[in-house]
Design a protein around this ligand. Structure first.
Ligand SMILES: CC(C)(COP(=O)(O)OP(=O)(O)OC[C@H]1O[C@@H](n2cnc3c(N)ncnc32)[C@H](O)[C@@H]1OP(=O)(O)O)[C@@H](O)C(=O)NCCC(=O)NCCS
Length: 145
C-alpha cells in the first residue's frame, strides 16, 4: 500500500465525501460535515486538516489545532480516524507523525490529545509514538440547547 499524507488546503466534493465516510467510524453522534463546515475548517489558520490517501482514495484523517495563549503556543490533535479496511497498515502513525512534525516546525512545545481508555489501538499508537500520559483532570461543560 502506498499512502500519502497531505494537508487539505481547499474544500472539494471528494474531500467532503471522504471525511463523511470516515467520521461515523470515529463517532456515531457526529453530524455529517457540510460543505460550509469544510470551507470554514480549511480556511482557519488555527486548523490543519491532514488527509491520508491510497491511490487517490481518502483512507484517514487527523486534525491539528494550533493556538496561542498567554503561556505560549499550544496544539491539540483531534478527530483521528482511519478507514476500517486500511487499519493496521501504518496510516494512523503516518498521520500522527505528520501532525507532530508540523507542530514542531511551527514552534509548538507540546501537543495534547485525549483518548478514551477503551480505544486500545489509539492509546497504543500514541504511546508508541512518544505521547505520555499526563496527570490531569479532563472536564467538560455541556451547553444545552
Ligand atoms: C486508532 C487508529 C487511528 C489507528 O490507525 P491505524 O492506521 O490502524 O494504526 P497504525 O497501523 O498506524 O498502527 C500504529 C500503532 O497503533 C497501534 N495499533 C494499531 N492497531 C492496533 C490494534 N488493533 N490493537 C492494538 N494496537 C494497535 C500499534 O501500536 C501500532 O504500532 P505497531 O504497528 O508498531 O504495533 C484506528 O484504529 C482508528 O481509526 N480507530 C477508530 C477511531 C479511533 O479510535 N480514533 C482515535 C481517537 S483518539
Amino acid at each position: 500500500m502506498s499512502v500519502t499524507v497531505e494537508t487539505a488546503r481547499h474544500a472539494s466534493d471528494e474531500l467532503l465525501a471522504g471525511l463523511n465516510r470516515l467520521l461515523p467510524q470515529l463517532s456515531s453522534s457526529a453530524p455529517p460535515l457540510t460543505m460550509g463546515d469544510l470551507e470554514v475548517l480549511v480556511g482557519s489558520p488555527a486548523v490543519t486538516l491532514f488527509v491520508a490517501s491510497n491511490g487517490g482514495v481518502i483512507v484517514g484523517t487527523l486534525t491539528l489545532v494550533v493556538f496561542a495563549i498567554p503561556s505560549g503556543l499550544r496544539a491539540w490533535i483531534e478527530d483521528v480516524v482511519v478507514d476500517e479496511a486500511s487499519r493496521g497498515l501504518g496510516v494512523g502513525a503516518a498521520l500522527t507523525t505528520a501532525a507532530t512534525d508540523q507542530a514542531r516546525q511551527r514552534g509548538v512545545r507540546s501537543v495534547d490529545l485525549t483518548s478514551r481508555p477503551s480505544r486500545e489501538a489509539a492509546n497504543s499508537m500514541y504511546r508508541n509514538l512518544g505521547f505520555t500520559l499526563r496527570e490531569t483532570n479532563v472536564y467538560r461543560y455541556l451547553i444545552e440547547d
